[in-house]
Write a protein that binds this ligand. Structure first.
Ligand code: FCB
Length: 496
């Protein structure tokens, strides 16, 4: 295992350990003024602007029919984990294991969206959303991950999708947002190549059942997070710390993506399909050649591993060399796999939260204020850099931003308001950066705020609130935060 792989392990282990440090504790150790001037390992980039701190002067109009949206995922909002034949997922197991989740929280009830989805759909309509990105729970469709579909599970998503159409909102369905059926984990999980085929079978069930009414499918949400958090740091399900397994898992997740794309092409479904990658612009933390080189390899692990395989049909040579010929991943790549992984896609979903600054020895530092999620540095220009970089390096493939957002310490005031002004500034600055990318030719067609609702934030439980809509978990009452009112106006104006 290389130094970098070890550093990944340490970094992510550190992230989970620092889950209890106060927000802001990690602020800036790198100070070199020009450090971000080059998009390291990425490409020379337009990065030496300072992040806008106030709203841009004047109006910024978005393209006609821009897909203003919000995003959620099944385990984070649905609850109802034992209803209508749902099986168990790795997140049920993980969240119920002592000590894994802050405050011992679980997704058992979450935002109770399974029962309240019709009210939630009305809220989406009130906001004026044009697109809603949600995920389908695999164990609701196949309780054990294989075999015939559970009709009651399908019926729930059919009601949801029909309810969206009735309200003029376009459904965007993610097939996998981390809730692998536990039965498949028991037979090896993503370390087993067979799971990729099981995923394609599951996808085919959905294409048959909902293909006539879902216009956009996303295959796998953030394969990198499964790799890094599930198998390197272990602070997500299934909670392992095994770098050699981690990158084999990366390959199988990519393979599963490609097989699902092919499964869609094999059906009569007219929908479009693509992967959802969380991309992190990687910048050298100082001007040294060693930092530039380290940032380039970091970029390989963070971005090119996923982008190159899906869009170019090859894994990056530097990453493969770093992993070494004896690694389980390199040994696990079979003839034909990369053709499957690079099956033509219709759009690419980009999720942007934070940049990464890489030091000469392959470590990382923070340069910008962090949010309540201490891994997140607030840097709107990173949105511009990553969108323009993808277009520059991979061609004019249609892009959608499927996640961008901020956790803030939201409080429901006595007068019934939630003043999340920090979220408003964050979204305004990131949308302005996305707008700049569009102006410079990036084919961005939609933008989804993470998240529609406060929800179960994985290892952080319910402590972090990411929603446009406040959820009072004691009563399940929903309250539109200031950011929701602001976003409604942006949507109505189709302009910032
Ligand atoms: C992303 C996840 C999403 C949510 C946000 C904050 O990595 O896809 O489920 O946890 O982070």
């Amino acid at each position: 295992m290389s130094i970098l792989t070890r550093r990944h392990l340490l970094r992510h282990a550190a992230l989970s350990a620092t889950a209890v440090t106060p927000a802001g504790a990690a602020i800036g150790t790198a100070t070199a003024a020009g450090a971000a001037a080059t998009l390291a390992g990425c490409q020379p980039g337009d990065t030496d602007r300072t992040a806008p701190e106030t709203s841009p002067a004047g109006r910024l109009p978005f393209p006609q029919n821009f897909g203003w949206g919000a995003a959620t995922s099944a385990y984070q909002i649905e609850g109802a984990v034992k209803e209508d034949g749902r099986g168990e997922s790795v997140w049920d197991t993980f969240s119920h294991a002592p000590g894994r989740i802050r405050n011992g929280d679980t997704g058992d009830v979450a935002a109770d969206h399974y029962h309240r989805y019709a009210d939630d759909l009305d809220l989406m309509r009130d906001l004026g959303l044009r697109s809603y990105r949600f995920s389908i729970s695999w164990p609701r469709i196949q309780p054990d991950g294989t075999g015939p579909a559970n009709q009651r599970g399908l019926d729930f998503y059919r009601r949801l999708v029909d309810g969206l159409h009735e309200r003029g909102i376009s459904p965007m369905a993610t097939l996998f947002h981390w809730d692998l059926p536990q039965a498949l984990q028991n037979t090896g999980g993503w370390e087993s190549r067979d799971v990729a085929q099981r995923f394609a079978d599951y996808a085919a069930i959905l294409f048959d059942a909902l293909g006539d009414r879902v216009p956009v499918w996303l295959t796998i949400n953030e394969p990198k997070t499964v790799v890094q958090n599930g198998y390197l740091s272990g602070h997500h399900a299934p909670g392992l710390r095994d770098p050699d397994a981690a990158y084999l898992v990366a390959h199988h997740l990519q393979l599963a993506h490609g097989l699902a794309v092919r499964a869609l092409r094999d059906t009569s479904g007219a929908g479009r399909i693509g992967p959802a990658f969380n991309l992190h612009p990687c910048y050298p933390a100082d001007d040294s050649p060693a930092a530039a080189e380290a940032a380039r390899l970091y970029d390989g692990y963070e971005n090119r591993l996923y982008l190159d395989s899906a869009l170019k049909g090859s894994y990056p040579e530097d990453v493969l060399a770093d992993l070494g010929p004896d690694s389980r991943m390199v040994r696990g790549i079979r003839d034909g796999d990369l053709e499957i992984i690079s099956s033509p896609i219709d759009l690419l979903a980009v999720q942007y939260y934070t940049p990464i600054y890489v030091t000469a020895n392959g470590g990382t530092v923070s340069r910008w204020p962090t949010s309540e999620a201490e891994w997140q540095q607030i840097y709107p220009d990173g949105m511009y850099d990553i969108l323009t970089r993808v277009t520059r390096d991979y061609g004019p493939i249609p892009l959608t931003v499927t996640e961008n957002g901020l956790p803030t310490p939201d409080v429901l005031a006595a007068d019934g308001t939630v003043e999340d002004t920090g979220r408003v500034s964050f979204l305004r600055d990131h949308l302005a950066a996305a707008h700049r990318a569009v102006t410079d030719g990036v084919p961005l067609e939609s933008f989804h705020v993470w998240s529609l609702l406060d929800n179960f934030e994985w290892a952080e439980g319910y402590d972090q609130r990411w929603g446009l809509i406040y959820v009072d978990y004691a009563t399940q009452r929903r309250v539109l935060k200031r950011s929701a009112h602001w976003y409604r106006q942006v949507i109505a104006d189709n302009a910032l």
